[in-house]
Each structure stands twice: as C-alpha cells, then as structure tokens.
Design a protein. Structure first.
Length: 281
C-alpha cells in the first residue's frame, strides 16, 4: 500500500512528510474490505449496529443507576461507572466510523478526522484499561492485604488522574507528532510506520501502556486473590461482598478481553508492530 512508503526526509520537513503520507493513507481504498460480497457486508453492518446498541444501552444503564442513587456512589461503583462511560464514548465516537469503513471498504472522513479518530480510540481504550487496573489493585488490597483504603474521594482523584494520563498519552496522534493511517488490515485509523525514532518510541510506549504493564499487574493481582481465596477455607464475613464482587469483576475483565479480540486480530498485521519486531511480510 502506498501509505507504507518509507519516509526519507529531514527534521525540518517532518510535518509535511507526515501530512503527505496521511493523505495518501486515508484516500486509498481498502481492497480487503471492498472485496467483501454484499451479503457479508450486510451481515457485518447488522453485527456492528447490534454491538453499538448493546454497548451504549448496557453501559448507559450502569451510569444512570450510579448517577441517580447517591447510595450507590461507593468507590468501586464510581470506578465501574467510569469504565462504563469510557465504553459509551468508544461506542459513539469510534465504532460507527469503523462500521462505515468495513461496509464501504474505505475511509471517507478525511485526514484531520483520521487523526482525531485515532486519538479518541486510544484515549478511551487507555481510560478503560486504567480503570480495570485500579479495580484489580483495589481488590488485591482488600482481599490479600486486608486494606480497604479506597474511599469515594480517593476514587475521584484516581479517576481524574487516569483521564489526564490517558489524554496525555493519546494526544500526540491528533497534533501530527506521529503518522496515522488506515492500513489494509485495520478498519480504522491507527499508527503508521516511519523511520523516525520518536515515532517508534511512541508506538512502543503505547503498546507497553495499553497491554504489557496493565496485563502484568492485573495478572499478578488476580493470581494473588485466587491463591488467598483457595488458602482460606473459611471466608471472613466482612469481606464476603468484596470476594463476590472481585469474581464478577474478574469475569468482566476477561469478557472485555474476549470482546476486544476481533480488534487485536485486525490489528495484528499492522505495519508498526511488525517493523518494530523486525518481521517482514
């Protein structure tokens, strides 16, 4: 694809090179999705619409319950409401454009919105991952360390901090600090590959922030929780609700990973990770 042309330019014309490659990337039709038969496109459209509707309605109910009932505004419920809100934003501001790209076979929303779309996608994904990470650490402290330190006030501070951190990490893509494109293997704007070390460093940082660090911490937390539950034959009554909630949250986290697998499959052939790992098609 023309978008994968290696850029050979100096730092003084970096912005022009990025914009030029971005224009090429977003204007090229996606042959993979354009080759889909009409029946499959209709099926994909129905599935995407159903996913958007379910994601919006299900998460909106969670937010509405926490908002309308002050008694429900505990620390854990505030975290769950924030997680639901980030999923709502993802379903409203990212999934519809992905659906259109899959159905029509190409990106129709321009180069500027391509950058905005990539920024919003990573912004909401990072926020969701951050909340899941906070929840896993909170469950670890309560069940394993017997320390319930997270109150609503601290939860609000951590939520605000997670939003700020997620924005700072995702912000470079919207101001042209890194190449953004729509490759043949992904129905949305993602990070493109360039020879600039800053772009490659940003891609590595994003992968580490989204996957490796959260996965490692959550895996350790839930393994410790599982070990504690198995070791204690008699549960302490005051922690019964926390244990049950932890099981539900663990199930929710696993289901979230399962639901994101289609995105990982679509993005697994993306140019950036392949080139960073030195793998060539």
């Amino acid at each position: 694809m023309a978008a994968f042309i290696t850029m050979s330019c100096n730092s003084s014309v970096l912005d022009n090179c990025i914009l030029t490659n971005l224009s090429v990337a977003t204007s090229s039709p996606d042959s993979r999705y354009a080759a889909f038969p009409t029946t499959l496109r209709i099926l994909l459209a129905i599935i995407m619409i159903a996913m958007i509707a379910i994601a919006f309605l299900g998460n909106a109910i969670v937010c509405l319950i926490v908002y309308q009932k002050p008694a429900m505004r505990s620390a854990i419920n505030l975290l769950l409401a924030t997680l639901a809100f980030s999923d709502i934003m993802l379903s409203l501001f990212c999934m519809p454009f992905t659906a259109v790209t899959i159905i029509t076979g190409s990106w129709h929303f321009g180069t500027q919105f391509c950058q905005i779309s990539a920024m919003l996608y990573w912004f909401f994904v990072l926020e969701g991952v951050a909340i899941l990470l906070i929840i896993s650490v909170d469950r670890f402290l309560i069940i394993v360390q017997r320390q319930d330190k997270l109150n609503p006030h601290r939860a609000k501070i951590m939520i605000a901090s997670s939003w700020i951190l997620s924005f700072c990490i995702s912000f470079p893509s919207v101001v042209g600090w890194t190449l953004v494109e729509v490759p043949t293997r992904a129905p949305q704007c993602v990070l493109g590959y360039t020879e600039f070390s800053a772009d490659r460093a940003y891609a590595v940082m994003l992968i580490v922030a989204v996957f490796f660090i959260p996965f490692s911490i959550m895996l350790y937390s839930y393994l410790c929780i599982l070990n504690t539950v198995r070791r204690n034959s008699v549960r302490i009554h005051t922690h019964t609700d926390s244990l049950c909630l932890s099981q539900h949250l663990h199930l929710m986290a696993q289901l979230s990973k399962v639901c994101l697998q289609p995105c990982y499959i679509l993005l697994e052939d993306q140019e950036v990770p392949r080139r960073l790992l030195g793998v060539h098609a």
